[in-house]
Design a protein. Structure first.
Length: 289
């Protein structure tokens, strides 16, 4: 717990949604859904892409605040999180509530720009956002709950365009996103496994241990199969499946070369998952065209 500052890995996205990477990983499933909902031959709705981008920034920020509120006692025990405002005592719990209220109010303004179905669907995700930070105390699968939370946009993006969800497309897309989250956040959790053992919190990294690569391979396969199912159910074309194949190759290389005992390598592999999300979005756009 007393690493010199220069050796500290970046903050864990399951402890705080405070990384630019976290915003991307929240936003990209929204773009997939918006892209798949576009009419054949058409580009995605850029107004919706912009609204969801703003919403991702705001909700990632709200998640960050909620995480810090729940985890302030844990953060005091870890060198790299002890300087966070709540943990360090720089701000009060009341001040953090006020700030959270401002973040959620702005996010609500974005949500109210959508249709009624999407407003209800979007509001339903708030329970996941609030309860997720508690999961590391009670289960070794907090990454699964993070996946359910971070990929809600795979449902919401489609409904924002169409007015309702086409479940034969949205559910496989949502499942693919959840499996993807289990891949990237398990990799990231290996950076924190020593600290997690000491302070008594749980993660899939601690659950899988040396079998991590086998689990990641299974999650990746499930992701690819789900993407294929979503594509078939909305009549996607060759560029889409080419992107899925490229994602498969990327994940295979990522898992094969992963060293779970080197935090810097885990960070590098985690960060590369933005490429996975962008590849799929490009494949969807080109497939529609």
């Amino acid at each position: 717990l007393r690493h010199p500052p220069s050796s500290l890995p970046p903050p864990h996205p399951t402890r705080a949604f405070c990384l630019p990477s976290g915003t991307w990983l929240l936003y990209l499933p929204c773009t997939w859904s918006i892209g798949l909902a576009a009419e054949p031959g058409c580009l995605p709705d850029w107004r919706m892409l912009s609204l969801f981008g703003i919403g991702a920034v705001l909700m990632r920020g709200a998640g960050c605040t909620i995480n810090d509120m729940w985890d302030r006692d844990y953060d005091k025990k870890v060198a790299r999180t002890a300087s966070r405002p709540l943990a360090a005592g720089d701000i009060s719990t009341f001040q953090s509530f006020v700030f959270l209220g401002g973040q959620l109010s702005l996010a609500l303004c974005v949500l109210l720009c959508l249709n009624y179905y999407s407003i209800v669907l979007g509001a339903a995700s708030l329970s996941l956002v609030i309860t997720y930070p508690l999961m590391k105390r009670v289960t070794y699968w907090p990454q699964l709950v993070l996946g359910l939370t971070f990929n809600w946009g795979a449902l919401l993006g489609w409904s924002a365009i169409k007015g309702s969800c086409e479940w034969s497309v949205c559910l496989p897309l949502y499942l693919a996103g959840v499996m993807w989250t289990l891949v990237y956040d398990t990799i990231y959790a290996h950076q924190d496994k020593r600290d997690d053992i000491i302070i008594g919190v749980k993660s899939t990294a601690l659950q899988f241990k040396e079998d991590t690569k086998q689990w990641l391979s299974g999650f990746s396969l499930a992701m690819l199969l789900s993407l294929c199912m979503a594509g078939m159910n909305c009549n996607q074309t060759f560029p889409y499946y080419s992107a899925v194949a490229a994602i498969g190759a990327h994940l295979a290389h990522q898992i094969y070369t992963l060293d779970i005992d080197k935090p810097e390598d885990c960070w590098k592999k985690f960060a590369s998952n933005r490429t996975v999300g962008v590849l799929l979005f490009v494949g969807i756009v080109l497939g529609n065209l």
